[in-house]
Write a protein that binds this ligand. Structure first.
Ligand code: HEM
Length: 188
């Protein structure tokens, strides 16, 4: 369940991938909603976007609590130097802050606009224009920051993996050369 110094535990891995899937769906539905002009289609997508946004809020709070109170982060295999750890930690913390900010601004939009009644309450009033409400601004900025973090995260993970593969390859190659050398020596 918990992480060891060498690998992340099942809870951490499950929460990570669940959050990744939720964030991708939220980003996809969010950008789609803001590009639509048909308010019925917007409301239908918001019926998915809003509960998933609240789910990611709960999951992120659980995740922060899990790391602070229960589990200890394993040292990433290659990110052991300060120059790798500090930026990785900053990006992770910023990611949590922006995710929580997205949830807060989303809730702010819903409360200020009263759209909850239209989306979930069966009200026949028309869907409000969210651009008239201040939390729409940080929600839009946060969405773009999340895109940037996702690109950085995927890039950092891939370059870390290929560095690991390169190292394993070199160790394997050296062991193999050593075996060949010992084999040759034995025959002499
Ligand atoms: C981490 C959680 C969330 C993410 C990643 C997310 C993502 C997005 C994105 C990408 C957009 C489009 C932004 C743009 O085009 O500038 C958007 C719009 C929106 N989101 Fe979220 N969202 C989240 C949480 C929430 C929550 C919790 C709510 C409501 C309780 C919510 C309600 C809305 C609304 C009302 C819009 C505006 C649609 C429009 O402009 O017509 N979001 N969201």
């Amino acid at each position: 369940m918990k992480s060891t110094p060498a690998r992340y535990g099942t809870v951490a891995v499950t929460v990570h991938w669940l959050s990744a899937v939720l964030i991708l769906i939220l980003m996809g539905t969010g950008f789609r909603i803001s590009s639509l002009t048909d308010t019925e289609a917007k409301a239908a997508l918001l019926q998915l976007h809003v509960p998933l946004g609240l789910a990611i809020l709960a999951l992120t709070l659980f995740r922060v609590g899990w790391w602070v109170l229960v589990d200890r982060k394993s040292t990433p295999l290659l990110a052991t130097s300060r120059s790798q750890r500090i930026p990785a930690t900053i990006v992770h913390v910023l990611f949590y802050v922006v995710t929580l900010g997205m949830a807060a601004s989303g809730i702010g939009m819903m409360l200020l606009s009263g759209a909850g009644e239209v989306i979930f309450g069966g009200s026949t009033a028309s869907l409000p224009d969210f651009r008239n409400y201040l939390p729409r601004v940080p929600h839009g900025i946060g969405a773009r920051l999340i895109v940037a973090f996702l690109v950085l995260h995927v890039f950092a993970t891939l370059s870390c993996r290929s560095a690991l593969r390169f190292l394993v390859g070199r160790v394997w190659h050296q062991r193999f050369s050593l075996l060949q050398f010992e084999h040759l020596m034995a025959r002499m």
